[in-house]
Design a protein around this ligand. Structure first.
Ligand SMILES: Nc1ncnc2c1ncn2[C@@H]1O[C@H](COP(=O)(O)OP(=O)(O)OP(=O)(O)O)[C@@H](O)[C@H]1O
Length: 257
């Protein structure tokens, strides 16, 4: 977030993007973003459809090539990393659509999160098992270990997906629309889960369309439109900002047409 809004002296920025751009031919999906993520906070990305939110998440996880710019995690430039190396740095993610293996039970699905980090012999497998069990306890799905995904409620499927990401013991968790398709009660459960992970010190970046959920959950918001950062700061101030209101009402689109 902008350096001027810090509560105390200067919270450490766990992640920094500098002039990051992702263009697909003539489409400027992300177009020159500069921002930081303060350690231990929940930061939300708000923006209308097509504003570049998912592309930005893909850029952070290195699944999407950068057109320009730099990405730093814990002070190290990792823009040249292959995507499979990014979890090793401590960045994990969940996806817009839940991706669980239906023929495996919950524990086995969560264990998949640890596979790439604990590949090796028996000691590594034991460590993976411990991490998976801890992740299930932290996310409140330990009682579901033997259940198959198709027997889970939608909210619990999301919870298991978060457990799988947490099993990597990341320092930054990216959540891409974790409450899409949920009712209010389930959304509140995800929000409570995120706040409890924050209490453990986990930095989280969330993309979400539900403005109320974002205001209730996030420490600060970044609002995007047309691939650019239009406003950032305290959630209530950001959603009241005229530029953000215009972006959601589509007036910008008319102006730019
Ligand atoms: N692989 C791609 N090739 C070409 N254009 C793309 C690609 N991925 C995204 N885009 C375009 O980039 C722009 C930003 O898309 P993106 O999915 O990042 O937006 P978003 O804010 O996440 O939208 P939504 O809220 O609907 O998920 C859109 O115009 C989209 O059509």
């Amino acid at each position: 977030m902008s350096r001027s809004q810090n509560d105390s002296a200067d919270p450490r920025m766990i992640f920094e993007a500098d002039d990051v751009a992702v263009h697909f031919g003539g489409v400027k999906a992300v177009d020159g973003l500069t921002f930081g993520l303060p350690e231990g906070k929940i930061i939300g990305i708000l923006g209308p459809n097509g504003s570049g939110k998912s592309t930005l998440v893909g850029a952070i996880t290195r699944h999407v090539p950068l057109t320009r710019g730099t990405l730093k995690f814990l002070g190290k430039d990792y823009a040249g990393d292959e995507p499979h190396l990014v979890p090793h740095r401590g960045i994990a993610r969940t996806f817009q659509t839940v991706r669980l293996l239906e023929e495996r039970n919950v524990l086995e699905n969560v264990l998949l999160g640890t596979d790439s980090l604990t590949a090796g012999g028996r000691a590594a497998r034991r460590l993976g098992q411990e991490r998976a069990e801890q992740a299930m306890a932290r996310t409140g799905c330990d009682h579901l270990a033997k259940v198959r995904p198709d027997e889970l409620s939608y909210g619990n499927r999301r919870r298991v997906e978060i457990a799988r990401a947490i099993a990597m013991e990341p320092k930054l968790l990216l959540l891409d629309e974790p409450t899409a398709g949920m009712g209010r009660a389930e959304k509140e459960e995800i929000s409570t889960l995120m706040l409890s992970l924050r209490a453990e010190g986990l930095t989280q970046l969330i993309v979400e369309h539900d403005v109320q959920m974002m205001v209730d959950t996030c420490d600060s918001l970044l609002a995007m439109n047309f691939g650019k950062l239009i406003v950032e700061g305290e959630p209530r101030e950001v959603v009241r900002n005229p530029a953000v209101q215009e972006a959601y009402l589509g007036k910008q689109a008319v102006k730019h047409a």
